[in-house]
Ligand binder design. Structure first.
Ligand code: NAG
Ligand code: NAG
Ligand code: NAG
Length: 970
């Protein structure tokens, strides 16, 4: 076969094998009793996050009373982590839940993308290969975090966790009696020892389906490590070796028959499933601790998404006529920054993307408000004149840089020159669920024309140009606000509204073409600061009626239900709820297009993700990217936030342009998670609405009956676009090939007799070199599928940790669909050794009497080096001890830099632990202890393994440098 055909064949095989899950169940456990990768990842992240918060609280002298165990919820952890969080304050866990979901979805995807790769699952005794997958992944996470690319870092982290967790299910580590994680898997500088050789038999036949004693006693006595062989095509395996086991594993039918996997309670070694899963939780925590030490506590919390606040993200046209708009963007962002700085609502990051023509970008993404202020201060309006600008290119950068579900504000007064990106932008909006609101100034007014002395053809923002922005706003759940330049100051209150905490969408509808309509929505008891926004022509009128029958019409700017303000095409209604919970109505009278949006602040909200079922083996699910197929079944994983007592009563897809609505059937999965299945979703643009009840009647903020709506539209498509890259990392200077398959479908099933031509577009947000066919053709007798390959090349200069999002779209006359793929640029890491610590001196011992400790000091000096081939020491931090640390750098032997760490502390604080991190994130530890002078003073320094679970790491697995200093006076 030609290489390309081979690739296609493999893709076809991979796609058809996506049901062959052979690991812990990825997302759901339908036996009601097995632990999934989702559970393991979630528990580990919550426990480690709580530990980090506990340590931060201790260092700041605050109380931290949360018990850290496997029962933690995201609410509990987030509340305990919030330094000011009282039990009554408004808390949104949406960002944290979304981040954890990204990690477990990316974890689960390993079973689809790397279904047949033994090293990704520690099958076939590939211990070195499996560890290499982990090592490369962990380096990638650290590189991403270093560039503050937390979203990319999370995706990589989820993948790494899958492989690490599978070790405990697929190897005999648990059967060997181990009760601590195998730390060597995350320490690439340690040798992998006690592996069973290729010629060492490891298993014997299971007896009558019972595999309890199939591991050879010799193997267990010698403490040799093995893992099960797995193959879905062939029963070949080396003589005497264990198999994975299960119906898809052909090798388990060959002598020795049976398997050793602990994937679920029904597996060959299912009785050890829970032990393996618990160890996998602890191993995942150990990996998280290593990342935490490398990136620091603050960045670790950002990586796991522990933030209540969203980002502040502006995309700004910097053409000549925009100086008033830029001034206003500056004013409103400074006002938000200055009022929220230091509070829980302070934006978690600031993103700024300028654009004009011919330039757009670069993205400024920072957690430092002053850096953002500085960047926005430097924006100047110049040039441009009468040509349209690269608005969508700028927006694309912002959409891929911002975390999912961000709100992005675009300021412009010009049409988009790059309108051809509309479908790409829509795809990224759907995939990120970010909301885009346009602040359009001087629509139809021709300021540019007045400033155009050369007599060039005037290009103003016409209704047609504006429609593009309206369409994108609508797809995302944002608004297209049209005002004059002088009114802009009044309109930017929507930006301030969106930066409030825990903003939820209660209701949203668009009518285009406009037609008079009545809308009802449920106002619940948890809602605060209910606000409605109506955009539409100036002739639009409305009447609002509360649940108790009180009304107010648009002619009353102030009345019993609140105050209304109008600026440009936007009416903002600030509503008084006053115990009027229940069903409210708004009737809008307009024959022009309009939109209605009702928001409030509440802890009760939801996140959702499209998932798709795998056929075969275990019937599990993975994240579905791209549009769901029209006429087919669509599944969602919905997680309700804000209360454990909340029950969902209905989840509905409403066609935003017609009367169609589809009700989902609900399956409760525990902890506020629901699997929702919609049957035969027709072609259309849908909005997702949930209804629920809170059964806890004691809570003061009890919502009772409530409704929430998703911002992003869900569109169905008759085209299927499937694409999987066999690697999600690209080395700088290298090219990756991304095969894809396009098909047309009928009622959600590939139409295998179809033929046709599709236009193909591949776009990436970094403007990296990429090749793509312009079209693909389904020819007769090809099974209804057409294949193609897109290539993407990372430039040699790309910084390690950069992320790049590739969108592949396929379109025919009837429809469009796409695949979105995320990659990280990661340079190969050759420095895998941790910095080494050598104690050079200790001075003074401490008095034995605790009452005298405050008057004495002790001192500890250590030389820290990263070795001749190391990347060099990047940072030294005090992990334990409240003394002062000074560092200086000397040139040591052989040109190796030596960092001299001098630590001095009061004798009331007699322990010190330093973490030394090199430039690629390898972490070494250095420990010292002062003892009282009456007994022997003893100090040890080690480069001990990161050891979070509190277990002693076996000596053979780590490098210990112990310096024992016996002082003279005994
Ligand atoms: C789950 O498994 C445990 C141990 O194997 C058993 O004690 C328990 O009854 C099981 N629960 C269910 C719901 O099957
Ligand atoms: C193991 O089981 C297989 C199939 O049942 C059988 O053919 C084989 O002889 C058995 N081997 C041993 C060593 O008992
Ligand atoms: C995991 O770690 C916790 C806390 O360090 C410990 O209590 C528990 O026993 C460990 N679990 C296993 C299976 O080793």
């Amino acid at each position: 076969m030609a290489a390309r055909q081979t690739v296609m064949f493999l893709v076809a095989v991979l796609l058809s094998l996506s049901g062959l899950i052979h690991s812990f169940q990825p997302l759901f456990s339908f036996d009601g009793n097995s632990t999934t990768h989702r559970d393991i990842t979630r528990r580990a992240v919550l426990r480690k996050t709580a530990e980090v918060c506990r340590d931060i609280a201790a260092s700041e002298g605050r109380d931290f009373s949360l018990t850290i165990d496997d029962s933690l919820s995201t609410e509990q952890v987030q509340r305990a982590c919030s330094s000011t969080g009282t039990s009554t304050s408004l808390l949104s866990t949406v960002v944290f839940q979304t981040s954890i979901a990204n990690m477990y979805f990316s974890n689960a995807k390993v079973d689809v993308v790397f279904a047949l790769s033994e090293e990704h699952h520690f099958d076939d005794e590939t211990f070195q290969g499996g560890r290499d997958v982990i090592t490369a992944g962990v380096s990638g996470v650290k590189a991403s975090v270093k560039l503050e690319n937390f979203v990319a870092g999370r995706w990589t982290l989820g993948r790494v966790c899958h492989t690490l967790q599978d070790f405990y299910s697929h190897s005999n580590w648990v059967e060997l009696g181990n009760t601590a994680p195998f730390s060597t898997l995350i320490q690439p500088d340690q040798p992998l020892e006690n592996l069973a050789g290729l010629n060492t038999p490891t298993c014997r036949n299971c007896t009558g389906g019972n595999c309890e004693n199939n591991l050879l006693p010799d193997l267990l006595q010698q403490g040799l490590l093995t893992s099960g062989y797995f193959n879905v095509f062939s029963s070949e395996k080396p003589a005497g070796k264990c198999s994975h086991g299960g119906s898809f594993d052909q090798t388990s039918r060959q002598d020795p028959v049976g398997g050793i996997s602990k994937d679920d309670v029904g597996s060959s070694h299912g009785s050890l499933h829970h032990k393996a899963a618990d160890l996998a939780v602890n191993a995942t925590m150990e990996l998280l601790e290593d990342i935490r030490l490398a990136v620091g506590d603050k960045n670790f919390l950002r990586l796991v998404g522990l933030s209540q606040s969203s980002v502040l993200c502006f995309v700004i046209d910097t053409t000549g006529s925009m100086s008033d708009d830029i001034a206003e963007a500056k004013r409103v962002s400074f006002s938000i920054i200055d009022s929220l700085r230091g509070t829980q609502q302070e934006p978690s990051a600031y993103i700024l993307v300028p654009f004009n023509d011919p330039e757009f970008g670069p993205v400024t993404m920072t957690t430092n408000a002053d850096v953002f202020k500085d960047s926005i201060n430097k924006l100047t309006a110049s040039g441009g004149g009468d040509i349209p600008e690269l608005c969508l290119s700028g927006l694309q950068l912002a959409l891929t840089a911002a975390p999912p579900s961000s709100e992005i504000f675009v300021f412009t007064d010009a049409p988009a020159k790059d309108a051809y990106l509309k479908s790409t932008i829509t795809a990224i909006i759907e995939s990120t669920k970010s909301v885009v609101t346009f602040m359009l100034t001087d629509v139809l007014a021709s300021r540019r024309r007045r400033r155009n002395p050369q007599g060039l053809a005037p290009r103003t923002l016409s209704q047609t140009d504006t429609q593009l922005y309206r369409d994108l706003a609508r797809a995302s759940g944002g608004q297209a606000i049209e005002v004059t330049k002088s009114e802009l100051t009044l309109a930017t209150s929507v930006i301030e509204d969106s930066s409030a905490s825990a903003v939820v969408t209660v209701f949203q509808q668009v009518r285009n073409p406009g037609t008079p309509d009545n809308f009802t929505f449920t106002v619940d008891g948890s809602l605060r600061n209910l606000t409605a926004y109506i955009t539409g022509a100036s002739s639009l009128t409305f009447t609002l009626t509360s649940s108790t029958g009180v009304s107010q019409s648009s002619s009353q700017s102030s009345g019993p239900l609140g105050t209304f303000t109008t600026v440009g095409n936007l009416r903002r209604l600030s509503l008084n709820i006053d115990n009027q919970t229940g069903s409210w109505e708004i009737s809008v009278n307009s024959n022009n297009p309009y939109s209605v949006k009702v928001t409030g602040q509440s802890s009760v909200n939801f996140i959702y993700n499209l998932v798709e079922a795998h056929e075969g083996a275990h019937g599990d699910f993975s994240l579905k990217e791209g549009r769901p197929l029209s006429g087919g079944n669509t599944s969602l994983l919905v997680s309700v936030t804000g209360s454990d007592k909340v029950k969902l009563t209905g989840v509905t897809l409403f066609d935003s342009s017609g009367p169609t609505e589809v009700n989902g059937s609900l399956q409760a999965l525990g902890s506020g998670n629901f699997l929702v299945t919609f049957k035969e979703v027709p072609a259309g643009d849908f909005v997702l609405r949930i209804r629920g009840e809170d059964s806890s009647s004691t809570s003061r903020s009890n919502p009772g009956s409530f409704q929430r709506q998703a911002s992003t539209q869900i569109k169905t498509s008759s085209i299927s676009v499937i694409s999987q890259a066999n690697n999600t990392n690209i080395e700088p200077g290298s090219t990756i090939s991304v095969p894809f398959t396009v098909a047309t479908t009928t009622n959600g099933v590939v139409n295998d007799s179809a033929t046709g031509v599709f236009t193909v577009r591949a776009n990436n947000d970094r403007s990296y070199t990429s090749t793509s066919p312009n079209t693909v053709t389904i020819v007769a007798d090809s099974g209804g599928k057409a294949n193609g390959t897109v290539t993407l090349t990372a430039p040699p200069s790309a910084a390690s940790g950069t992320d790049v999002t590739l969108t592949i779209e396929a379109e025919n006359a009837a429809d469009i669909n796409y695949a979105v793929l995320r990659f990280s640029v990661v340079a190969k890491v050759t420095d895998i050794t941790r910095p080494v610590c050598q104690v050079v001196s200790l001075s003074t011992s401490c008095p034995s009497s605790a009452s005298l400790c405050a008057s004495s000091q002790w001192k500890f000096i250590a030389n820290l080096t990263d070795g001749i081939n190391g990347t060099g020491i990047d940072s030294v931090t005090v992990r334990q001890g409240n003394g002062t640390l000074n560092t200086s750098t000397l040139a040591g032997e052989g040109g190796v830099n030596v960092t001299v760490a001098t630590y001095s502390a009061s004798c009331c604080s007699q322990n010190v632990e330093l973490a030394t991190v090199d430039k690629v994130g390898n972490v070494g530890k250095c420990v010292g202890q002062a003892r009282d002078s009456t007994t022997a003073a003893l100090t040890t320094a080690t480069t001990a393994a990161v050891n979070t679970a509190g277990h002693t790491v076996s000596l053979s697995h780590c490098l210990w440098i112990s310096v024992v200093v016996s002082l003279l006076w005994k």
